[in-house]
Design a protein around this ligand. Sequence first.
Ligand SMILES: NC(=O)c1ccc[n+]([C@@H]2O[C@H](COP(=O)([O-])OP(=O)(O)OC[C@H]3O[C@@H](n4cnc5c(N)ncnc54)[C@H](O)[C@@H]3O)[C@@H](O)[C@H]2O)c1
Length: 322
Amino acid sequence: MRNYNSRTRVLVTGGAGFLGSHLCERLLDGGHYVLCVDNFFTGTKENIAHLLPNPRFELVRHDITFPLYVEVDEIYNLACPASPIHYQYDPVQTTKTSVHGAINMLGLAKRVKAKILQASTSEVYGDPKVHPQTEQYWGHVNPIGFRSCYDEGKRCAETLFFDYRRQHNVRVKVARIFNTYGPRMHPNDGRVVSNFIVQGLKGEPITIYGDGNQTRSFCFVDDLIDGLMKLMQTADDFTGPVNLGNPNEFTIRQLADKVIELTGSKSKLAFKPLPSDDPMQRQPDITLAKKALGWQPQIRLEEGIRKTIQYFQTLLAPGAAA
Ligand SMILES: NC(=O)c1ccc[n+]([C@@H]2O[C@H](COP(=O)([O-])OP(=O)(O)OC[C@H]3O[C@@H](n4cnc5c(N)ncnc54)[C@H](O)[C@@H]3O)[C@@H](O)[C@H]2O)c1
């Protein structure tokens, strides 16, 4: 097996996005060459501006729904808008990114014999009837709803990963990522943590959809990136899918209260109707990640929220380019 500490040429699709930019940073810190590919749909140059001077970092504007011909050893396929506001903006393009994008990246992995990791999602479980979700659970997904372009796109991408393995012996890894938060989340993406923090910092009402008793588990970005990198290092016979997330569950209401406390905000809570297909409960079972990767989240919600608040404070400061 390749020694991961040797210098590896790594392609990160979606590398200018929230998770991708942190991954690029960590791979460069590890001494690797990083090719960041992004069409800047939701990602920004600001997210990776600090990496541009590094001679081992290269940035290519490219849409992965079109083929890409490069020489690399490893591929992290993260390209795909992740927040409902963004993925529902152009649902056909979302499905294309998941499905055509997966075909193009798997084709590339096959050609250059690269190892490839798919950033899948807990959304493949849909509105789960099993709690917490293990990787064996097949999910409960609406195939024709507003979220389907993302949920079914990601499910089909998983299918493609396993078919490329069975049919073409491509070395694949599939991570099912649960809610992740941290610096460089998009401030207006409607995701719950960024929403609450931005509203809290601006002193605006904190919007809770439904009664706030629905639960989520939140993983801090540094922990998640550790998990992705550990998964990439596993032996070729370990493919996943493997859940990566934080099993500590909080209600949305508890999160709102925590954000108000840590921002010192005077914001009040504003309750709105629950959007369609919004799951009531989402919690990963990470037994497999613990066993196979020796991984579990280390950063407590309070610490992660504090770091995220610091980021948004800078971003929202007068004169900052938000
Ligand atoms: N953040 C989470 O909580 C979470 C949870 C589950 C899964 N994921 C998955 O992780 C990945 C990264 O998510 P994120 O939170 O960083 O989202 P993000 O929107 O910040 O990043 C996605 C990146 O992909 C780029 N992109 C989108 N379509 C593209 C295309 N066709 N070609 C090239 N680039 C394209 C965007 O410009 C952006 O930089 C996504 O695949 C997402 O589905 C994230």
